[in-house]
Every structure is written in C-alpha cells, then in structure tokens.
Design a protein around this ligand. Structure first.
Ligand SMILES: Nc1ncnc2c1ncn2[C@@H]1O[C@H](COP(=O)(O)OP(=O)(O)OP(=O)(O)O)[C@@H](O)[C@H]1O
Length: 432
C-alpha cells in the first residue's frame, strides 16, 4: 500500500514546529516506511499518518522494505519485529534493524511490536532504534513518537532520492552480496583503490558508484573513463577525487602499462574488470588494494528472485501499474536461467513483462517464451544461456502484444508500430 499525500501538517500537532538538531523544520509532511506484515495493522497505521498529512509506504516484510529503501530515503521507519506467523522472538526484526542502521546510522527507526515485551523493545533501542511503541497503540502517541524520532536526527530529507545510503542500493541476501555490502561499508570511507570484479551486468558499476557515494568525495561526481574509448583517456589527467576505470583488463599489455604511467598519484581508483588475472602484475598491484568480487547471478541462489521482485516493483511504479506477482513457473525460470547480461538482463526481462502484462500475473512465457522449452525439461541446465536473440525477442513482443489485444491483429500491429501486413508476415515467420 502506498499512500502519498500532499497535505502539509505537523507531526507534533498544529502550530508546533518540530526541528532537528540543525534547526530544520521537520514538522511538514514526513515520509514514513512502515514494515509490518499484518494488513489490518498496516491499514490502520497508514490511515492515521495519512490523516495527519504524512506520506506512508507499507512494506510487508524485510525484503519489501529493503527494495523500497533502495529507491528512496524515509524520514522515519516504523518497524515491526516479527514477520512470520507464529514468530514472537523478534529475531527477524532485529536482523532487519541491524542492516538498516549499519547501512544508515542516521536512520530514525521506531520499533512497534505486540508480542515482544518491554525488554525486547529496550534491546531494540540498544541496537539502534530511537524509540518503541507497543501494540495496541494510540494514534496520537504513535505520531508524536515518530515526530520526536525524526526531530532527533540531524539530516533532514529534502530530496529522498539523493540520500539513499550507499549499501542500501545493493540488494541480495546471498553470502557474496552480504559480504560485498559489508566491504562497501568498510572501504568506501577510506582512500583504498578497489577492483570490482564480475561479469558485465552483474552490478559492477553500481558497486563502484556506491563506493564513491560512501566516500568523503561523494558531494562531487566521480570521473568515469571507459578505457576502450581512446577519447576518454584525456579525462584521466583531469581527475581529482575518484577515478572509475572501466575494463582495464581488456587492454593489451602495452596499453595497461601506459595507463599505469598515466594514473595520478593522489586519485583513488575503482577499476571495473571481468577478470583481474588479465591485468599486468604492476597494474594489478596499483589498482587492486582490495578486490570486491561480484559472482554471476546463477551463483547467488535466491537473490535472482528477490531482485526480480524488486525490479517488478520498480517497473510497476515507473509505468503506473499494479505490481503483478510471478507464477510458480516464472519463479522456476528466474532461478534456473543463466541470464545473458546478468542482473541487467533480468531487470529488462521483468520490465518488459510488467509493461506487457494484461492478466495481473507474470508467467514464464511473459519473461521469455523462447525458454518455455527449457522449463519443460526435467532439470533445466542452469548454465544454458538465455535465448535473447533478436528473433526470439521479436516473437516475445508479438505474442505479448497479441495477448494484450485479445488477438486483434490490427490493434496489436498498432501497438507494435507495424502495419497489419508486416505483423502478419512476422507471425507467419514465427509460426504464430
Ligand atoms: N544487487 C543489485 N541490487 C540492485 N540493483 C542491481 C544489483 N545489481 C545490479 N543492479 C542493477 O542492474 C543494472 C546493471 O548493473 P551495472 O550497470 O552496475 O552492471 P555492470 O556490471 O557495471 O555492467 P556493465 O559493465 O555492462 O555496464 C543497474 O541498473 C544496477 O543498478
């Protein structure tokens, strides 16, 4: 449930401005993320904040919450501690809280819980929450506590997109991604040179940007040089803070040595490579004080599904559509496919499926009908490359357009920007 609201009012009540430590007035419309799996609780709290003039997004659990936190910064996070039926230990909420405050020590988190006694709520405050509210709550008390938590935090949220803390944006629960987030937190503020190693599309540029964004130079842009483009080399000399070097490992040895001579001493480098072993030993030493590996999606277990759900949310929001769930076969496909272009390929397939969806769910065929064959086999080969050939993609688009327009060829042709005849020719070619 997302309930944006444009009415301004005060968290602390009319006329009582809430100011943070820097003196900024935080009493106007606040954006709040509520993390609670109980739809009735979520509805009631959303209504209370909505009526008070604030915008509230609801996440049904940690995965949802981190997907939302990857996109925007909230003034406050209201966090339930238990998300699985029958769980009352608070362990899930504590894990979520630990990640939120590790990624963003300035987060204003208020814990809201029913099952956990006051002892657990106090423990949550020791773990980084600013306050707690017990269910059942009183709306006025809840709103006042959230307002006070916001006021305690120094950094006002004027541009939510600009303040998303760096590690929040790298999603995934697999051990290599958890380790990558941890490494980013630790090395971003240092001057260490970093090599980000992984296949194209695996998130290497994202990680390089996050390292820069977590550094003391974050207020200025990093200089990005694609070393395959000779014209870009001149920018190396003008770099003053962070220099992101794309594909040094694809240069021949002579060019690698020229690069080495050209790198300014005082500049921090972040190299993006497919294989650090292809670097000459001297360049490897210069660029790779720290190597941050990003494995292919196929080696990240359930992360592919988590990312697919995230990209579904993003695409649905971008195109103003409801978020469609995946069918079981779509989930199977996502997990068993070796996506060409890795995370980017998955994101594109999902966005296309969201765009063309007309029945409220995404099935395997909508993601890549050319792969239905693979799913039908007893054990799909996870190493098999996704068929994203032009021909297969064209067939996907045509099938989706026909489905969307209830097999009305004229309408489907118009949607595809083709004449009826051109669409008929292509349908014949694809055996449709
Ligand atoms: N773990 C992740 N969580 C959220 N988004 C991700 C993640 N990994 C990648 N992405 C997104 O996927 C897209 C592709 O990632 P990115 O551009 O960083 O890949 P890359 O390895 O630099 O590829 P290339 O070198 O081909 O540009 C980007 O939009 C990025 O934000």
């Amino acid at each position: 449930m997302t309930k944006p609201n444009t009415t301004a009012s005060a968290l602390s009540g009319p006329g009582q401005a809430v100011r943070d430590r820097t003196g900024n007035d935080t009493s106007s419309r606040a954006t709040i993320l509520l993390v609670d799996d109980n739809p009735e609780v979520a509805r009631a709290i959303a209504l209370a904040f909505d009526c008070a003039g604030h915008a509230i997004d609801v996440a049904t659990g940690p995965e949802d919450a981190f997907s939302m936190l990857a996109q925007r910064r909230y003034n406050a996070i209201l966090l339930d501690l238990n998300f699985t039926q029958g769980q009352t230990s608070g362990a899930e909420g504590f894990a979520c809280l630990a990640r939120i405050v590790a990624d963003d020590p300035a987060a204003a988190v208020v814990v809201i819980t029913a099952h956990s006694g006051i002892r657990i709520a106090v423990a949550a405050m020791q773990a980084g929450a600013l306050d707690f509210v017990m269910k059942p709550w009183r709306n006025a008390d809840l709103i006042a506590r959230v307002g006070a938590a916001i006021a305690k935090r120094a950094r006002p949220v004027t541009d939510p997109a600009a303040f998303v803390p760096a590690p929040h944006r790298l999603l995934g629960d697999s051990p290599p991604i958890v380790a990558a987030r941890d490494l980013i937190r630790r090395i971003a503020p240092t001057a260490a040179n970093v090599l980000v190693e992984g296949p194209p599309g695996s998130g290497r540029s994202l990680v390089a940007t996050l390292i820069h964004d977590g550094s003391s130079h974050a207020d200025g842009p990093a200089t990005i040089v694609d070393l395959g483009d000779p014209a870009g080399w001149s920018r190396i000399d003008g770099a003053t803070a962070t220099l992101i070097l794309r594909d040094p490992d694809l240069l021949e040895t002579g060019a690698q040595l020229r690069l080495l001579d050209r790198l300014p001493d005082a500049v921090r480098t972040i190299g993006i490579v497919g294989d650090a072993a292809r670097l000459s030993p001297r360049l490897r030493v210069r660029l790779g004080t720290i190597v941050l590996p990003l494995p292919p999606l196929a080696a990240r277990g359930e992360d592919a599904l988590l990312l697919a759900r995230h990209f579904t949310r993003v695409a649905a929001e971008r195109h103003g559509k409801p978020v469609p769930p995946f069918t079981a076969s779509a989930e199977g496909l996502i997990l068993s496919t070796r996506w060409t272009d890795e995370v980017r390929g998955l994101a594109q397939a999902v966005e296309r499926a969201v765009l063309l969806d007309d029945d409220g769910v995404i099935d395997a065929g909508a993601l890549a009908p050319a792969l239905v064959r693979t799913i039908g086999t007893a054990s799909p080969d996870p190493a098999a490359p996704l068929d994203v050939s032009l021909s297969a993609s064209e067939r996907v688009m045509i099938e989706a357009a026909l489905r969307q327009h209830h097999h009305n060829v004229s309408h489907a042709a118009a949607a595809l920007g083709l004449s009826r005849q051109a669409l008929y020719r292509r349908m014949t070619r694809h055996g449709l």
